[in-house]
Design a protein around this ligand. Structure first.
Ligand SMILES: [Mg+2]
Length: 223
């Protein structure tokens, strides 16, 4: 049994700035901050890292209640932005997910998105229901920790039960995915469909241009 943890942004889909647009609207709406994310490099960062960091940049603390309010307002803005921005799936994603449903794998997410944000990004493509569970931005600001939490949840769901020695594979598009994946003892498959700069993906176990070659992608994930 293999447990797969897919990143979302730049790996499963590209939201064409929808997340940034929706977050910017939310900061403006809740705290009157314009262009809250300007100048920040947040590729591969979790939502629960981005929101407090952006608030700190504007001289504000972020309480747990602030974060909860943020999610309540951000999720609907994101749903709208995903439509407006013409988000799309990365090449090969749907055929790959279909093919994986016939394999002995547990399909999960390992993403810095809040759970409701992940849902808003994947539901329009009808791929949210492929994933049993996962680790999300709500679980922890640090990507290694949220992946570890997601892996533990997915172990509970896997067919051989909680004590399985399942292999874990993390699929992502940034150096943060690679570092965190290795930190939890997973194999890491990196894709070039996202936000990586040259050299960022060098430490991945396998690097794919995208997921459009089904047999190459299956081999990378399952061999
Ligand atoms: Mg990503």
């Amino acid at each position: 049994m293999t447990i797969l943890l897919f990143d979302i942004d730049g790996t499963l889909s590209t939201s064409q700035g929808a997340g940034t647009q929706a977050m910017t609207r939310t900061f403006q709406q809740l705290w009157g901050i314009d262009n809250a994310l300007k100048g920040m490099n947040f590729a591969g960062r979790s939502d629960s890292w981005i929101v407090p960091t952006a608030l700190a940049n504007h001289g504000r603390d972020c309480s747990p209640e602030d974060l909860a309010r943020f999610i309540d307002h951000y999720a609907p803005h994101l749903g709208t932005a995903v439509q407006e921005r013409n988000s799309r799936l990365c090449p090969g994603v749907r055929p790959l997910l279909d093919a994986l449903t016939h394999e002995d794998v547990t399909l999960g997410l390992g993403t810095g998105n809040f759970r409701r944000a992940a849902q808003a990004k994947l539901k329009p493509f009808d791929i949210w229901d492929y994933f049993i569970d996962g680790g999300f931005g709500d679980d922890h600001p640090d990507r290694t920790e949220l992946l570890a939490i997601g892996l533990e949840r997915l172990r509970q769901h896997s067919t051989d039960g909680a004590h399985t020695n399942a292999d874990a594979v993390v699929i992502g598009d940034t150096s943060h995915d690679i570092e965190a994946g290795h930190a939890i003892g997973a194999k890491v498959v990196a894709v070039r469909t996202g936000y990586a700069q040259p050299g960022d993906l060098d430490n991945a176990d396998v690097i794919l241009d995208d997921l459009s070659d089904l047999s190459a992608s299956m081999a990378a994930l399952l061999d």
